[in-house]
Design a binder for this molecule. Structure first.
Ligand SMILES: NC(=O)c1ccc[n+]([C@@H]2O[C@H](COP(=O)([O-])OP(=O)(O)OC[C@H]3O[C@@H](n4cnc5c(N)ncnc54)[C@H](OP(=O)(O)O)[C@@H]3O)[C@@H](O)[C@H]2O)c1
Length: 413
């Protein structure tokens, strides 16, 4: 169990606490403080404007009716462009929750400062290029310094990644393939995401070519293929499984899931599960790739058909929104040799949770941090740059998420 000291006084530092997402991460840490080691968390807010951070703290104190937050929670001023300020911030905490994005522009100095100054780093990045590049360039350094850098710990990509591990654990036999379907349910007020996520997504789409080059540098051997191939899906298709039209999901999930499956195969000799991630009623951005990048940035609301807005969703919209992620898995029943014949057993599992971007994401991020603080003995043996599935496969993260409203269940075998 990780312990704070007089020189490293905080279990958790929320960097970028004044951002749209950061403010909800602050509230979630305040709500979950009793789950820290020895039943309490010492925590601080960090960012580049003391005034804005004080505003966030006041708002959280009011919303949660916890006036003590105003005096008990410290503020650290740190700016991504000032390396010394990042070093001083990282020296004071066991875990940094990094909410400063787009990560392709602001993420690397934080990863570097965490590794050099002994703080574990958790982010909510949904940008595969950044996540994979950090693994390529910083994994050995993080291993050497015993620091865990765990990216994509928000809605991107904890449900998809941990959902496949859950499905595999529930399957009685050898699971070989999974197709998942995401549904976003909105109430009468509608729903949307904040511009910060929009900017991160469209810079990622614009640069998707660099991923291929990056992946070559890893020099990975192909993963073994067992069972039937996962169905190839078009850009819009009718799914018999869900009786609805669906489109491919444009986020970081496929990249993150593949990294976890590779880690579990190479490190633990577990047969990898192949997967497809699709969505319906969501991800309109996928239709917009031919519009110029500049237009995307200037008019997010117009160019995303209102899916992303400068103001972000209201609390009322968030209350009326939820998601369901359904996994259809297939494989070989217990006792059957997966190298012989076709898959003969199926499973359907589901994760249901509250609004993805600003309710489920803070829950997932904070529970990831609490798991790092409380269950370090179940993380990979050394530090390193990991996907959530690689880092948390042996921990109780799924139980923790279940207790916080991200509910994993088996629908049918
Ligand atoms: N994984 C998921 O599902 C998920 C969900 C939600 C968000 N996200 C990601 O989270 C990130 C943030 O999104 P958002 O909507 O919260 O964006 P946002 O409102 O624009 O917040 C950005 C934050 O970064 C801070 N910042 C910018 N430049 C900085 C610098 N030089 N030094 C220190 N801090 C700096 C801003 O500080 P100021 O307040 O001082 O400007 C603000 O706190 C995005 O990458 C988004 O994609 C992911």
């Amino acid at each position: 169990m990780a312990a704070v000291t007089s020189t490293r006084p905080y279990h958790i530092i929320i960097f970028g606490a004044s951002g749209f997402t950061g403010q909800f991460v602050v509230e979630e840490v305040a709500r979950s403080a009793f789950e820290g080691p020895s039943g309490s968390l010492k925590w601080a807010l960090a960012g580049r404007s003391r005034q804005r951070l004080e505003g966030v703290l006041n708002q959280a104190a009011e919303t949660l009716r916890k006036p003590e937050l105003r005096t008990e929670v410290e503020i650290i001023v740190a700016d991504v462009s000032e390396a010394d300020s990042l070093a001083i911030m990282c020296q004071q905490g066991l875990v940094v929750l990094n909410c400063v994005g787009p990560y392709r522009f602001y993420g690397e100095p934080v990863v570097k400062a965490c590794i050099e100054n002994g703080a574990h780093c958790i982010d909510i990045c949904g940008e595969p290029q950044f996540l994979e590049r950090m693994q390529l360039e910083y994994h050995s350094r993080a291993m050497d310094s015993g620091v865990y850098v765990i990216g994509s710990c928000g809605f991107d990509s904890i449900p998809a990644d941990m959902g496949i591990l859950y499905t595999k654990n529930q399957f009685k036999g050898t699971l070989t393939a999974v197709e998942s379907f995401l549904t976003i349910h909105t109430g009468p007020e509608g729903g949307c995401a904040h511009d910060g996520t929009w900017q991160s997504a469209i810079y990622g789409f614009a640069d998707s070519g660099s991923l291929r080059k990056l992946r070559k540098k890893f020099g990975h051997q192909p993963l073994p293929v067992v069972g039937a191939k996962v169905k190839k899906r078009g850009s819009l298709f009718f799914s018999k499984e869900i009786d609805q039209y669906a489109i491919p999901f444009m986020g970081s999930d496929p990249s993150v899931v593949r990294r976890s499956q590779r880690f579990l195969y190479e490190g633990h000799q577990e047969l990898p599960v192949r997967s497809n991630t699709t969505a319906h009623l969501y991800c309109l951005t996928g239709c917009l790739r031919s519009v110029t990048q500049r237009c995307y940035i200037v008019f997010p609301e117009f160019f995303s058909f209102g899916v992303f807005t400068k103001a972000g969703p209201s609390r009322k919209q968030m209350e009326g929104t939820s998601f369901t992620l359904t996994f259809f898995g297939e494989g070989y029943a217990e006792g059957l040799d997966p190298s012989q014949g076709r898959p003969n057993a199926r499973i359907c599992t589901q994760i249901h949770g509250a609004e993805p971007g600003y309710v489920a994401t803070p829950v997932a991020m904070v529970q990831a941090a609490i798991t790092v603080l409380n269950e370090q003995q179940f993380l990979p043996i050394t530090g390193g740059v990991y996907s959530p599935g690689a880092a948390f496969a042996r921990t109780t993260l799924i139980d923790r998420l279940n207790r916080h409203g991200l509910v994993f269940s088996v629908k049918r075998f």
